[in-house]
Write a protein that binds this ligand. Structure first.
Ligand code: PMP
Length: 366
C-alpha cells in the first residue's frame, strides 16, 4: 500500500498532522463550537428561494467581487464600513489562509499566543510561514505588556490575536490590540495585526469590537465568521474588515471566483434576516454561564468565557472523561491542555444532558 512516505511531499510538511476534530454522529455534539440551533425555518425558506434563483444562472461564473455580499456584510457590521472594507471567503479559515498567503510565506513569521486556535499553526505550515507561539499571563489573559514583549522579541510579519480566545474563551482588551499594533511598527518595516473575532457576538452586549480601532490603522484586520453566532457553519462563509488596500492584497492570492454563486446568494439571504439568525445568541450565552456555574459547583475550574464554549480544568483524566461522555452519546473536545476539556454551549436540552452526565460521572467517582 502506498503511504505518505512514498510520495514526494514538501520537506516542511513531512511529519505534520492535519486538523482533526473528530466528526462523529452522536446525539449531543458539543465539540466544535457550532451553533447547535438550526436555522429558523422561515429564514431557511427565504434562503432556499434565493439559492434557487441563483442556480438558474449557475452556467456563468459568479460575481468575482461578491459585491452584494460585501455590501450586506458592511451593513451588518456598521462602524461606518463600506463594501470596500469587506472581504469574504469560504469560512474564516480561508480568509486567514489568504492573509498568510499575502503577508506571510517563506522567510516570514506569524506570532500567536498559545493556547490558541489550532488552525493558526496549521495555516502557517501550509503557507510556509514560521509559527511563533508566544505565552499568556495567568488564567490565559493577554496583557499589553506580555504581548508587546513577545512582539519585540520576535518582530513577526503577522500577529494573530484571537478575541475572545479559542479554546480558553478569554476576553482580549482593546488596549492589548492597540499596543500590539503600535509595537509592530519596526524600523524600516511593519507587521500586519489580525484580530480573529469569530466569537465576538457572544461577548456581553455593548462590548467594543476591534472594528472600532480600524479607522487610521491600515495594518489592522478584523476577521469574523458566519459559522458561530449566525448558525451558518455548513455554508462556509467567513469575512474580514480592513483598509481597502488589504483587500487589494488579498486579490493577489485568492482563486478566481472562490465564492460560489450559491454561497453568495445564501449568505446575502441569511444577512437579510440577521435578527432572526442571531436570535439564539442570548440563549446560548445563558447556557454558557450555566455550564460555568454548574461545573464550578461540581468542583471543576471553569474558565471565564465570552464565547459559546467553556474550558474547564480539574479533570483527573481528560481522555477517560472524554470517552465516558462519548459512551453516553455526548461529544466534547480534548484540546490537549493537561487536566482540561472544552465543551460547546448547546441548546438547553443538550447542555442539560452534558451536565447530568458529568454529575453522574462525578458521583460514580470516575
Ligand atoms: N477562528 C476561530 C477562533 C475559530 O474557533 C474557528 C472555528 N472553530 C474559525 C476561526 C474558523 O471558522 P470558519 O472557517 O468556520 O469561519
Amino acid at each position: 500500500m502506498t503511504t505518505l512516505d512514498d510520495l514526494p511531499l514538501r520537506d516542511d510538511l513531512v511529519g505534520k498532522t492535519p486538523y482533526g476534530a473528530p466528526q462523529k454522529h452522536v446525539p449531543v455534539a458539543l465539540n466544535v463550537n457550532e451553533n447547535t440551533h438550526p436555522v429558523p425555518e422561515a429564514v431557511a425558506h427565504d434562503i432556499v428561494a434565493r439559492v434557487a434563483a441563483a442556480i438558474l444562472t449557475v452556467n456563468r461564473y459568479p460575481d468575482r467581487e461578491f459585491t452584494g455580499l460585501r455590501e450586506s456584510l458592511a451593513d451588518y457590521l456598521g462602524h461606518g464600513l463600506t463594501r470596500d472594507n469587506l472581504w469574504a471567503a469560504n469560512g474564516s479559515n480561508e480568509v486567514l489562509q489568504q492573509v498568510l498567503q499575502a503577508f506571510g510565506g517563506p522567510g516570514r513569521s506569524v506570532l500567536g499566543f498559545a493556547p490558541t486556535y489550532s488552525m493558526y499553526s496549521l495555516l502557517a505550515d501550509g503557507t510556509g510561514t514560521d509559527w511563533i507561539a508566544g505565552e499568556r499571563d495567568a488564567d490565559y489573559v493577554l496583557s499589553p505588556e506580555t504581548a508587546v514583549a513577545a512582539v519585540r522579541r520576535a518582530r513577526p510579519n503577522i500577529v494573530i490575536l484571537c478575541s475572545p480566545n479559542n479554546p480558553t474563551g478569554t476576553p482580549l482588551s482593546l488596549e492589548t490590540i492597540e499596543a500590539v499594533y503600535d509595537a509592530t511598527r519596526y524600523e524600516g518595516s511593519a507587521g500586519i495585526v489580525v484580530v480573529d473575532e469569530a466569537y465576538a457576538e457572544f461577548a456581553p452586549i455593548g462590548t467594543p469590537s476591534a472594528l472600532s480601532l480600524l479607522d487610521g490603522r491600515p495594518r489592522l484586520i478584523v476577521s469574523r465568521t458566519m459559522s458561530k453566532a449566525f448558525a451558518f457553519a455548513g455554508a462556509r462563509v467567513g469575512y474580514l474588515a480592513a483598509d481597502p488596500a488589504v483587500t487589494d492584497a488579498l486579490r493577489l492570492v485568492r482563486l478566481p471566483y472562490h465564492l460560489s454563486a450559491l454561497t453568495q446568494a445564501a449568505a446575502v439571504a441569511a444577512l437579510a434576516h440577521s435578527d432572526e439568525m442571531l436570535a439564539m445568541v442570548d440563549d446560548i450565552r445563558g447556557q454558557r454561564d450555566r455550564i460555568v456555574r454548574e461545573l464550578t459547583t461540581l468542583g471543576y475550574t471553569a474558565h471565564r468565557s465570552w464565547s459559546n464554549f467553556v474550558l474547564f480544568g480539574g479533570v483527573d483524566d481528560p481522555h477517560a472523561m472524554f470517552e465516558a461522555l462519548l459512551e453516553r452519546g455526548i461529544l466534547i473536545r480534548d484540546i490537549g491542555i493537561p487536566g482540561h476539556l472544552r465543551v460547546t454551549a448547546g441548546t438547553e436540552a443538550e447542555t442539560t444532558a452534558f451536565l447530568e452526565a458529568v454529575a453522574s460521572l462525578r458521583a460514580s467517582g470516575s
